[in-house]
Ligand binder design. Sequence first.
Ligand code: TMP
Length: 217
Amino acid sequence: MIKRGRFITLEGGEGVGKSTNVAFVASWLKERGIEVVRTREPGGTPRAEAIRGLLLDPSFDETLHTDAELLLMFAARAQHLAQKIVPALERGAWVVCDRFTDATFAYQGGGRGIESGRIAQLEQFVQKGLSPDLTLLLDMSPDAAKERLEGRLRDQQTQRDRFEQEQLSFFEAVRHAYLERATAAPQRFALIDAGQALDQVQASLAQTLEERVTLWQ
Ligand code: TMP
């Protein structure tokens, strides 16, 4: 087996504070002398970011078929893995990724209703057995997260993307699918209560990282 770095992903619905906490996780690791590659999905490389634009842009006068959405997610992922994630892990760097395939099971599976077996087939085809070592799931009620999201959209004066335009019931289904995945793989997932104050969320993240890093050494 190739000696490689660790692969850590952060997941959660909209407005749970993912970006802030991805930055926190990356700097926590860097402070311990670990080489960290911080990235995101969909995206992470120029071509994968171009696919992200197609996926998030709400301005096309045409609906995006759910199968096309699913395949574009995996197309972006294939490019991201080949160009960035796998080379980084192979040289021993740790990868901290804002969303990965659990988001596909949650959004395209839970949210759009695509059968999870079909997603698992694409996962195997594209990832060939590679999966995260640790997934930090930032969980909070979509109702409460909606307020945070609306505040952010107001502050940054940005338009809602194609996913942010979805109804609350969509985000309830996304949350349910994430929690089901966390229950099915308790060794990989750490469930973080994102409804707490930020310093408490980050204390929970730090504690989880401390435990894992010790375990992996
Ligand atoms: P974000 O970077 O602001 O989280 O936006 C990415 C959006 O893409 C978010 O709404 C979740 C969605 N998404 C999926 O639907 N499936 C996926 O596999 C990934 C990675 C993201």
